[in-house]
Ligand binder design. Structure first.
Ligand SMILES: Cc1cc2nc3c(=O)[nH]c(=O)nc-3n(C[C@H](O)[C@H](O)[C@H](O)COP(=O)(O)O)c2cc1C
Length: 342
């Protein structure tokens, strides 16, 4: 069974291959997801642009959206052929566009179709087919409704459920839908108690690794989105504290690796801003962090990155002095977590 303990959420316009590569420098193991990709785009679009990734990004899942079992199954096959480790079905997007297209959260109203889709996708591929869903729709859901939905999908063979632990309110904007409906992580914890043989990953509003570790006492996994985008270094201790690996990079090391990456990408014709825009928050909350951000966003070139890097090197010292890890926060033991327990 793949490791679902920690994941970075699929985010349109955020989790493209460049941002994923950056996150991978911070954590060697965290599970990564692409942006939501419509099945028709996979089947008819520019696959190199939509699907290409570097092997370092793995473990990596492609998140698909769609409503038709056949085309979703075909798209899943393409994903598998491209080397993705998982195909995830979006059952949580509440946007107007998704509603018009009949995919995303509104599919939760049609569980027989969802089952048909999931069966078709699983027949088409060997990699795990997982779902990312909301608790329900319009705030009318009850825990028994949620449990029934999970049961139905489990009947169709799904065993991994990523749950954004709030309802989807279809009249609200997509953005408001990530803030307004109340979070109910306790429902996901309860799902794990009621269906211990299934894998549950909880998602929504989790801001720190400490919080993630607390959830991991009750569920199989935690998915974090905005907190990671806003400061990729929330994952700074993930490899040590979740996976028991010695790896831990400094911000400056990650920035230098991203410089080398940008240089390679430029040779492939990638515009510098496509990479640099994801690096803006790399020194968030650190001395000169705002200056770093300004230099990159105003310069938008490799040269601007070099200037910003020199500045940060001066700040922290050539050897990375001052970048040494600060206090480690609460040790695992104090949280009642052993590695096995995590
Ligand atoms: C900019 C942005 C884009 C998103 N795009 C997707 C997406 O493509 N697919 C998806 O399932 N969820 C998407 N989401 C929702 C996130 O995956 C996640 O469920 C949500 O942000 C709650 O987690 P968080 O509080 O840790 O950010 C998006 C969220 C944001 C902020």
């Amino acid at each position: 069974m793949p490791d679902f303990r920690l994941a970075v959420a699929p985010m349109v316009d955020r989790t493209d291959r460049h941002f994923r590569f950056l996150v991978r420098q911070v954590s060697l193991r965290v599970r990564l997801y692409t942006e939501m990709t419509v099945d028709q785009a996979v089947l008819r679009g520019n696959r190199e642009r939509l699907l290409a990734f570097r092997p370092e990004e793995r473990p990596l899942a492609l998140q698909l959206a769609g409503k038709d079992p056949e085309t979703l199954a075909q798209a899943a096959q393409v994903a598998e052929a491209w080397g993705y480790d998982e195909v995830n079905l979006n059952l949580g997007c509440p946007s107007q566009k998704a509603q018009e297209g009949g995919y995303g959260a509104c599919l939760l109203l049609d569980l027989p179709r969802v089952k048909e889709i999931l069966r078709a996708m699983q027949e088409a591929v060997r990699v795990p087919v997982t779902v990312k869903m909301r608790l329900g729709l319009e705030g009318k859901e009850t825990y028994p409704d949620l449990a029934r939905a999970v049961e139905a999908m489990a009947e169709a063979g799904v065993s991994v459920f990523i749950v954004h632990a709030r309802s989807a309110l279809l009249a609200l904007s997509t953005r408001a839908n990530r803030e307004v409906p109340p979070l109910r992580h306790e429902w996901v914890h309860r799902l794990k108690r009621d269906f211990p043989h299934l894998t549950f990953v909880t998602n929504g509003g989790i801001r720190s690794l400490e919080e993630a570790l607390l959830h991991l006492r009750r569920v199989d996994g935690v998915m974090m989105g905005r907190a990671v985008y806003e400061d990729p270094f929330v994952l700074e201790e993930a490899d040590q504290r979740v996976y028991g690996l010695p790896h831990r990079a400094s911000r400056l090391e990650v920035a230098r690796r991203m410089r080398a990456y940008l240089e390679e990408e430029l040779l492939r014709g990638t515009p510098p801003w496509a990479v640099l825009r994801h690096m803006l928050h790399l020194f968030r909350g650190r001395p000169r962090g705002r200056l770093w951000r300004r230099l990159l966003s105003e310069g938008r070139t490799l040269g601007a990155l070099d200037r910003a890097l020199r500045l940060m090197e001066e700040e922290v010292g050539q050897e990375g002095e001052g970048e040494k890890p600060g206090p480690r926060g609460e040790p695992e033991a104090a949280l009642g977590l052993t590695r096995e327990g995590v």
